[in-house]
Design a binder for this molecule. Structure first.
Ligand code: 5GP
Length: 145
């Protein structure tokens, strides 16, 4: 059921895009926003969202916003790999609650994967804010070059 439905403009990512809720922002332009996941599956777990698409998932996003989101995903994936040097990196996107979606504004997950760590789908614990701030500063510095 959650695969189909009406876009809720009060969802948490819509609020973050509008500046009505906080985030640890890594990158923003006219079309996309990238920020750290508050419940990270790994060190560096990043989310990329389109700013101008009222889309819940892959089924209802328009091609232009999809392309812009994916270009940003590639850019951020390169930054995360260069800076954090993980052994792998997972790029994922979920559609509908049975597939693991919990926030219904389309987003891409970039999850650095480190050898010897498990592949959890969703983390139960909120990240330490001081740690997120340090990581944000490190990644923003890398993005700005
Ligand atoms: P989904 O399950 O919909 O694919 O992913 C939603 C993601 O958003 C999860 O990884 C979850 O940890 C993250 N998340 C939920 N609420 C917030 C929030 O308020 N801020 C941030 N930065 N991430 C959030």
């Amino acid at each position: 059921m959650s695969l189909h439905g009406t876009y809720d403009p009060q969802n948490i990512f819509a609020l973050i895009i509008k500046g009505d809720a906080p985030c640890f922002k890594l990158y923003e332009d006219d079309d996309v926003l990238a920020f750290l996941d508050l419940f990270p599956q790994s060190y560096g777990h990043t989310l990329v969202v389109p700013k101008r698409a009222a889309a819940r998932n892959m089924l209802d996003i328009d091609p232009d916003n999809l392309c812009k989101m994916m270009l940003a995903v590639q850019k951020l994936t390169r930054v995360l790999v260069d800076e954090l040097q993980p052994e792998g990196v997972q790029v994922a996107q979920f559609n509908g609650a049975p597939a693991g979606q919990t926030v219904f504004h389309i987003h891409m997950h970039i999850v650095p994967r480190y050898a010897g760590q498990g592949l959890g789908m969703h983390a139960a614990n909120k990240a330490d804010v001081a740690e997120l701030e340090k990581l944000q500063a490190r990644l923003v510095a890398r993005i700005r070059g």
